[in-house]
Design a protein around this ligand. Sequence first.
Ligand code: FE2
Ligand code: FE2
Length: 294
Amino acid sequence: MNIEILGADSMGARSMATFVEAGGHSFLIDPGVALGPRRYGLPPHRLEFEAKDAIWRLIEERAKVAEFIVITHYHYDHYNPEGLHVFEGKVLFIKDPEKNINKSQKGRASYFLEKVKGIAKEIIVADGKSLKIGDVELVFSEAQPHGYTPRLGCVLQVLIREGNFSFLFTSDIQGAPLKEHLDFLLESGADVVFMDGAPTYLFPTKFSKSALDAAFSNTALFVDEAPFKALVIDHHTTRDIRYQRWFEEIFAVAKEKNKRILTAAEFMGRENLFLEARRRELHKGEGSASHNQV
Ligand SMILES: [Fe+2]
Ligand SMILES: [Fe+2]
């Protein structure tokens, strides 16, 4: 199996876009990239726009050859309703657009599906489904809350298995604060996991102390017990410039167990580009933010 992370917050923009080749088939998961509109009261920096464009170009490249596309939920960092060419002739596995969804995502899903019908080859609602494509097994979780509550809607986790090797893509579970997140993670037994970690930058205003405690204790338990070979923790987590301090205990558990935790950029053998987390510093470096506004 070949796992290529195309975009992630450690690569300069909000994304979890991933391309997987397995058993002679190819899968593109969450082909979207976006920028945090405002951080520290500042708009995205020029370098963030450049990173976003580069990730989008790579998504377009891989979309040319992908047979299957997965959309785990309807946030614009996970799909692009205006980039319809990406979906042309593809089989789409999508999060149920009507059930277990919040109002905002429901509206976005119906807008998108209206447009993509007739462009995609086939559209399959994937919640809770397991299926086989040749020798490859695809397992979708039931709809699970986007973090601690379903206020922001729900997401699907997806497991791709070929022979005795498997890859788990958790989507936006924000550190797995709920039992259902953790159960799917543990049951997957995945060798490589690409996980959305705890959103410490939203603490305490939008992610409570109890939510954060639950996310950290479940992540620690997963690191302690699961048999993975590599765990990529990224997305919401790497938007916080101090995330390594927050994750000290988790890293200690990993070290003790001799397990690998890394960012998406590190997984891809690249340097970390925490651009959104460093936005204040980037703007300061150029004296004025005004010319970066688009
Ligand atoms: Fe999301
Ligand atoms: Fe996201």
